[in-house]
Design a protein around this ligand. Structure first.
Ligand code: SAM
Length: 457
């Protein structure tokens, strides 16, 4: 349990980050928000983050009349940091890092999937994954990287929108939309290159008006366009030449795959268009119309679409496609807080993602595999029931990721020790303090999130 004052300070951090996203770049308000956040960091004994905020305040034109105060704080933080580092050096032991690995060798051309898994296709199941050997509880059979991932709205002042790391003390806003925040200039720049330049003016409304899945569909569209460097003609030519029936993520060589190859595997995910009812389909069309209009009006794609009805249609088709595919091929990113020994776990949702290989798994309410989201964004697929040779792997859509067994169940549940072990690896990585030990304190940052504020017009 966090003590009350720490909780209040954590809440203050979230509010300062929120206030930052309301300020202009290089404004006095922005610099004051950074400077004030540095005070709270100091009170939390987070000296490195205090110094980072002081640096950000200076870079944002901190007023000269207040410079003395900032210099004094900097001196205190530096001195305390040096002291904490000295103490850490004396007591720090090497932290043994456990890494989750596949339980069997990966395919040579697809190292993130165990070589006993194969993709098959038939009328009843469509594409589905089967195993060529018996699998036991606790086996790790996939470690998939997301094609696209988005952060949940109420985490935006706590986690980086790009890498999803929990970095509330040093978040910086995107200068364009000020809706998303990043843990570093590096993440900001990577996000901009990989998708954000085509969603910046749209992201806020996509999330607040349309919701989580359309916002993820928007990002999938923006990512596809970025892969072609904004060249809609090249994207159109690529799709015209693509034989969708031949795209197979299980035969593709992932070691040599270009971003275009990876996109192909996402482009061909099922839309289920013909199975949708009228209301559902109408809703999806409406969402696509809204996103398309916003992208044309608020991004650099506008002039290209206005100049060419064909490119305009391509953009709409792409958005509509991903609005549908993401709906039935997304995963909700989450983890549990709590100790395996405790009986109660808090389920924390922090985003959504689309994984190309995990998306090949069909659903069953009595699933035999379960997901575990790793902090680096990958999704591990863990066997939770023995699976015979030649049988299909089934995920359970919408069910939270793998839950460690309750203490009383453990003795009776075969292989559950393995699950606990795997769970612990995942949890440890999520729970790892997001600052170095030098900060003086290592509590996990667990703010009570203020409810999301109404959207500014
Ligand atoms: C994540 S994809 C799974 C891979 C999919 N079968 C394919 O061919 O790409 C989800 C879609 O697969 C289909 N699906 C999922 N579970 C299924 C099952 N148990 N039987 C048949 N189809 C299923 C549904 O159309 C669903 O929207």
């Amino acid at each position: 349990m966090l003590d009350k004052s720490v909780k209040r300070l954590n809440e203050a951090i979230v509010l300062y980050s929120e206030s930052l996203s309301d300020t202009q770049a290089n404004s006095e308000e922005r610099s004051l928000a950074y400077a004030n956040r540095s005070i709270v960091c100091l009170q939390l004994f987070r000296y490195e983050e205090c110094l980072a905020n002081i640096r950000l305040a200076r870079e944002s034109n901190y007023p000269a009349r207040l410079a003395v105060k900032l210099n004094q704080r900097e001196a205190v933080a530096k001195k305390s940091l040096a002291k904490a580092m000295k103490q850490d050096a004396e007591r720090m032991e090497e932290d043994p890092k456990e890494e989750l690995r596949l339980s069997y060798p990966g395919h040579e051309h697809m190292p993130h999937v165990a070589n006993c898994l194969q993709l098959q296709q038939n009328e009843q199941y469509g594409r589905h994954v089967v195993t060529t050997r018996r699998l036991k509880v606790g086996d790790v059979v996939m470690l998939d990287t997301p094609f696209v991932k988005t952060l949940q709205e109420d985490c935006r002042y706590v986690r980086c929108d790009f890498c999803h790391a929990e970095r509330p003390f040093t978040l910086i806003p995107c200068e364009g939309c000020t809706w998303v925040m990043y843990c570093s200039a590096e993440c900001l720049s990577k996000a901009y290159d990989q998708y954000h330049r085509y969603e910046c003016g749209v992201r806020r409304d996509a999330y607040s008006v349309c919701g989580r899945f359309p916002a993820t569909a928007l990002r999938a569209t923006a990512t596809a366009i970025s892969i072609f460097d904004g060249d809609l003609v090249a994207l159109q030519n690529h799709l015209d030449a693509l034989d969708e029936s031949r795209v197979n993520g299980f035969t593709m060589d992932w070691r040599m795959a270009t971003p275009k190859d990876v996109y192909n595997t996402v482009h061909v995910l099922p839309t289920n268009q013909e199975r949708r009812g009228l209301v559902d389909r109408t809703y999806q069309i409406l969402v696509a119309i809204l996103l398309h209009k916003a992208m044309v009006e608020r991004t650099e794609l506008g002039p290209k679409c206005k100049a060419s009805p064909k490119m305009d249609k391509l953009l709409f088709d792409l958005i509509f496609r991903h609005v549908q595919t993401i709906r039935c091929n997304h995963q909700l990113l989450s983890f549990y807080e709590g100790q395996p020994q405790e009986k109660c776990f808090e389920y924390k949702l922090y985003g959504a993602a689309c994984y190309p290989s995990v998306s090949m798994l069909n659903h069953s309410c009595a699933s035999n595999v379960r997901r575990l989201y790793l902090p680096d964004g990958r999704c591990a697929m863990i066997v939770i029931r023995p699976i015979d040779k030649d049988c299909q792997l089934f995920d359970s859509y919408g069910v939270p990721p793998i839950l460690p067994p309750q203490p009383q169940q453990r003795e009776h549940q075969r292989g559950s020790g393995l699950i606990t072990f795997i769970y612990r690896i995942g949890r440890d990585m999520h729970d790892r303090p997001q600052t170095s030990a030098r900060s003086g304190r290592e509590e996990k940052f667990t703010p009570d999130f203020p409810r999301p504020r109404p959207i500014r017009s």
